[in-house]
Design a protein around this ligand. Structure first.
Ligand SMILES: Cc1cc2nc3c(=O)[nH]c(=O)nc-3n(C[C@H](O)[C@H](O)[C@H](O)COP(=O)(O)OP(=O)(O)OC[C@H]3O[C@@H](n4cnc5c(N)ncnc54)[C@H](O)[C@@H]3O)c2cc1C
Length: 361
């Protein structure tokens, strides 16, 4: 038995855990993957290569007060996304054009020095008093008069946990697939399943080069393509490391990526070469990370691309047996900036306030 059990060790679950460490509570955090961070993932480099962000890479500290405070508290610095130079456009017929103006957001998109996985490592280091259990896949929740019983798969075994309060910091669409006792009303289950998981259908590619050669040609590293495989490309080089890197989001949907799996790297290299010149076709390394193929992020419903940013809102169990026992965190239930890292922190803040409300300060 613990005081608070947190399910999901992404940014939101970690932030809930961090918010409880000063409260002398017995806190357990269950995470399905062998690592923490969820959608935040640094692709491991070789030798002294930097970690490239395979998930989120950008923050906007001027618009994201919680993220800004967290970065400062963890002693992390940011630098502006490189946008200097000309932009490449590739039309539907494959024709390449250059434009003088790059696309730069205002305020600027900022990257975190060391990559966002550094933030996860520093948060994790603070959680010494929390019992963090990775490789633990929650499959069922049962509620009785005194609390919640959580069933999880752990290797070939099954573990059971009990807590008066459970925080679910997992995308609602994944939660819809769990077993609930008493069973969730069909309408509540459908409501969970209808919440799209932000960016879950996407895949990201990182191509690494000996240096950012496109800069000498006056190019920003930014490109937008209507044919793909990559639809949006940015300079992902890490200052101070000498190497160059281009990061691209696939415009090809998951089904096509899967169908072309054997040739995907070749297809990407051919496109990079056509856009940025021959050296771009021969990266020293190339990584492709397909989030739609990750069972602890995406469901089959997420493989269909989203055409606009969904409106996310808090979910509650009001009026059901789960009220006060089961709390939601995670960016998909944020009241503001849902989908973004800031939303993950906003949802964690709300869950912490609810815990204080039920348990006292
Ligand atoms: C490619 C990509 C690019 C992005 N770019 C940006 C960006 O630039 N800026 C930005 O602000 N946001 C971006 N995002 C969104 C950002 O990643 C999310 O907002 C944020 O990481 C969500 O954190 P979370 O804790 O809510 O969810 P998650 O990170 O998804 O954490 C949920 C956790 O629950 C775990 N879990 C799942 N099922 C179970 C189970 N059954 N039992 C136990 N644990 C389970 C998962 O393994 C995971 O660790 C991007 C996302 C992707 C995929």
């Amino acid at each position: 038995m613990c005081d608070v059990l947190i399910i999901g060790g992404g940014l939101s679950g970690l932030q809930v855990a961090a918010g409880l460490i000063s409260q002398r509570l017995k806190v357990v955090l269950l995470e399905a993957r062998p690592r923490l961070g969820g959608r935040i993932l640094g692709l491991p480099g070789v030798a002294d290569e930097p970690l490239y962000d395979a998930g989120p890479a950008w923050v906007w500290p001027d618009l994201q007060p919680r993220m800004s405070r967290l970065l400062a508290a963890l002693d992390l610095e940011t630098f502006a996304q490189e946008t200097q130079g000309r932009l490449i456009l590739q039309g539907a017929g494959g024709r390449r054009e250059e434009a003088a103006q790059t696309f730069a957001s205002a305020p600027a998109s900022m990257r975190v020095t060391g990559g966002l996985s550094t933030l996860v490592a520093r948060l994790e280091a603070q959680l010494r008093s929390v019992d963090v259990q990775c490789d633990t896949v929650v499959t069922a929740l049962a509620c009785d008069g005194s609390g919640v019983c959580v069933t999880a798969r752990c290797g070939s075994g099954v573990r059971r946990y009990r807590a008066p309060t459970v925080v679910v910091a997992v995308p609602p669409r994944l939660v819809a697939g769990w077993e609930f006792a008493p069973a969730l009303p069909a309408e509540a289950q459908a409501r969970l399943a209808a919440v799209p998981t932000w960016m879950a259908g996407h895949a990201k590619c990182i191509a690494v080069y000996p240096k950012p050669f496109w800069r000498a040609a006056g190019l920003s590293g930014q490109a937008f393509s209507q044919v793909g495989p990559l639809g949006e490309i940015h300079d992902a080089s890490v200052p101070g490391h000498g190497q160059g890197a281009l990061m691209g989001f696939f415009t090809w949907p998951h089904a096509l990526r899967k169908e072309r799996r054997e040739r995907l790297v070749q297809d990407v290299c051919a496109q990079l070469g056509a856009l940025f010149g021959a050296p771009a076709a021969v990266p020293t390394r190339i990584h492709i990370h397909d989030w739609a193929a990750e069972p602890f992020t995406a469901t089959a419903a997420d493989t269909r691309p989203l055409h606009e940013h969904p409106v996310y809102r808090p979910l509650s169990w009001r009026g059901t047996r789960w009220e006060g026992r089961l709390l939601f965190a995670g960016t998909e239930v944020a009241a503001e900036q849902g989908g973004y890292l800031e939303g993950a922190l906003a949802a964690a803040e709300r869950a912490l306030a609810q815990i204080r409300g039920t348990m006292g300060p």
